[in-house]
Write a protein that binds this ligand. Sequence first.
Ligand SMILES: Cc1ncc(COP(=O)(O)O)c(C=O)c1O
Length: 386
Amino acid sequence: MRNFVATKIQELRPSGIRKYFDIAATMDDVVTLGIGEPNFVTPNHIMDAGIDSMRRGETGYTANAGLIELRRAISDYVHRLYRLNYDPKTEVLVTVGVSEGLWLALKAVVEPGDEVLVVEPCFVSNAAAVEMVGGVPVPVHTSVEHEFQVTSEALEQVITPRTKAILISYPNNPTGAVLTCEHMQQVAAIAEKYDLVVISDEIYERLVYGIDHINFATLPGMYERTIVLSGMSKAFAMTGWRIGYVTAPHYLMEAIFKLHQYLIMSAPTMGQRAALEALEHGEDDVQHMQSQYDRRRKLIVDGFNQIGLTCFEPRGAFYAFPDIRVTGMTDEEFCERLLLDARVAVVPGSAFGASGAGFIRASYANSDENIERALERMHRFMLQHG
Ligand SMILES: Cc1ncc(COP(=O)(O)O)c(C=O)c1O
C-alpha cells in the first residue's frame, strides 16, 4: 500500500513545545511554566451566559459570520479601544479562535509560492500555517539587542518580488515584546513601499503593562491593507470557548468569510453568547487579571535576573524570555536538564524560530506559589550550571 499522507504533511515538523510536556507528563512533582494559557477560570457571569444559552435551547448553528449582536459588540469594543470603525455586517467575522483566523487570513491572500514574512520568534503555528496554505514562510529575525523589535532593515533584507504579506504578532509570544510606535511605522512604511498586506495577530492586546497597545490598522494608510486577528482566549481567560474574531476591510473580509463559511459554518454558539457577555460586562475582569499578571511578571523577571538568567523586560502577554547562554548549553539541552534534574518545565526559545535560540520561554500565567517554587528550583540548578 502506498503512503496516503500528503508529502507536505509528512514534511511538517511537529511543534517543538510538545516534547517537554510529554516527558513532564511521565514525572511527578513538576512545576510547569510551559503552558501558554491563563491560569484563571472564565469569570462566572461569562460562564453563566454560555450555560444559560444552552439551557434556552440555543444549541444549533448561528449565522455563518457569527451572532449579529456579537459582531456589533466586537465592532463597538474595537471602536472604544482604538477609534476604528469596522462595519459589523461586512467587516467583522467571529472565528474559532485566532487559530482559525490565522489560517483564513493566510488562505485568503496567499497564492501558491507567495512568500510571507514571518517575524520571529513567534507563535509556533505561524510558519506552519503559511506552508499549509501553499505559501513560503520567510523568517524575519529579531534579537534581544533590539528588544525583539522588527526593523525595516530586517524586513527589507528578505523582500523579493514574491513577497505578498507580513505576519506580525505583538504583544509577542514567546518574548513578551511590544512593538513600539516607531517600529510599527517602519513596518507600515515597508508594507506601503512594497505593496504588501499585513496580518497582525493581536491576541494579547489587553495584556500590556505600563504601555498602550496600538492596533496596527490605526496607522496611517494601514486600515486598507491590514487584517487584524484577536479574540477572547487570553484577556478573558476563555481559551476553551474557542472564540476569536477577524476585523478587515470589506474586500478582504469577503474572501475570508467565504473560506470560513465552507470550513467551519459558525463558531460555537455557547461560546459566542459567553463572548458577548464578556465584551459587554467583562472589563473589570480583564483589569483584575491584567494586574495579577503584572505582579507576577515583576516577580519572575526579578527572580530570573537574580539567579543569573538575564531577562529583558517583557511589556506584554504573559511570558518572560530569559537568556540562558551563560550556562553554555543550548536552549534544548537546558530545558531537558532543567526538567529532569530540577523538575521545572519551560519551553526552548528555538521552538518559536531560530531567533529564539539561546533563550527559554517561561509563562507567568501561574500562581505566585508555583512561580516561587520554580524560581527556587532554578536557582539551585543555576548554582550547579551557571
Ligand atoms: C500569538 C498567539 N496567537 C494565537 C494563539 C491562539 O489563540 P486562540 O486560542 O484564539 O486560537 C496563541 C495561543 O497561544 C498565541 O500565543
